[in-house]
Design a protein around this ligand. Structure first.
Ligand SMILES: Cc1cc2nc3c(=O)[nH]c(=O)nc-3n(C[C@H](O)[C@H](O)[C@H](O)COP(=O)(O)O)c2cc1C
Length: 227
């Protein structure tokens, strides 16, 4: 046996080949991301449009079509023409083109996190006509009942939202009362064991309504005409 051991060096990876391969992989990955984004964007937009339409038709019963507007510093503008910011509102019409109501978003903090809803307002009866919970993280079995409890949702089928004589706010604040204590048409009968979530819904409609209903009334003729 010889006393000299031969140590073999591992073959070197040429750094240029390594960089070229890595660069190629990164480029392919980037291209794939862009491609997937381009392909899925119109599909996502269309799904969003359908989801909004379904929600609008749910909170404004009887609606057959809708037109989107932005209500803001520039006044009321069709959504496609609005440059500056504002709040998007969805005007909903029956099959003959008569304005049935206006749907808009509202949000407030519930028991766990922010609750976001779409709700409908009928300027003819000056009342709220329905709600649809868009986002929430309320406790399953307790607070999450705000989305589907039929008794709770009944509160919003004709919730009194008349304007005060000055037409700059609500005649009566929309408030939630403890379960079984509703005595007035502007009160929301809370879900038993979920008063906090129920109060959040009443609070968000009240805050949104105090601001939005007078503006909607001011632009009612244009909303009726469809733009
Ligand atoms: C683990 C846990 C989760 C709860 N989740 C909710 C909830 O999502 N929404 C809510 O309003 N109350 C929730 N509550 C109950 C509230 O603490 C509170 O007791 C309730 O809203 C009051 O309603 P009540 O006056 O009808 O009893 C929860 C309580 C516990 C212990």
């Amino acid at each position: 046996m010889s006393g000299v051991e031969q140590v073999q060096e591992p073959p070197r990876t040429p750094s240029f080949a390594m960089l070229r391969t890595l660069g190629g992989v990164a480029m392919m990955a980037g291209l794939l991301v862009v491609l997937v984004f381009q392909v899925t964007k119109p599909i996502i937009e269309e799904n969003k449009r359908i989801a909004i339409e379904k929600a609008v038709f749910r909170v404004v019963p009887g609606a057959a079509s809708r037109k989107d507007f932005v209500l803001g510093a520039e006044g009321l503008l069709p959504a496609a023409e609005a440059q500056a910011g504002g709040e998007t509102i969805y005007a909903a019409y029956d099959a003959q083109g008569a304005l049935l109501g206006v749907a808009m978003e509202a949000a407030a903090t519930g028991y766990q996190d922010v609750i976001r809803i779409l709700y409908g307002y009928n300027p003819a009866c000056e009342c709220v006509t329905g709600i649809k919970v868009l986002k929430m993280a309320e406790t399953p079995g307790l607070g999450d009942k705000i989305a589907f409890d039929p008794e709770f949702l009944k509160n919003f089928e004709a919730l009194d939202a008349r304007l005060a004589p000055g037409r700059d706010g609500l005649l009566n604040e929309i408030v939630a009362v403890k379960h079984g204590n509703k005595t007035a048409p502007w009160q929301v009968d809370s879900i038993s064991g979920a008063t906090i979530s129920s109060k959040a819904i009443a609070r968000m409609i009240n805050q949104s309504g105090q601001r939005m209903f007078p503006l909607i009334m001011r632009h009612l003729d244009r909303l009726r005409a469809g733009g």
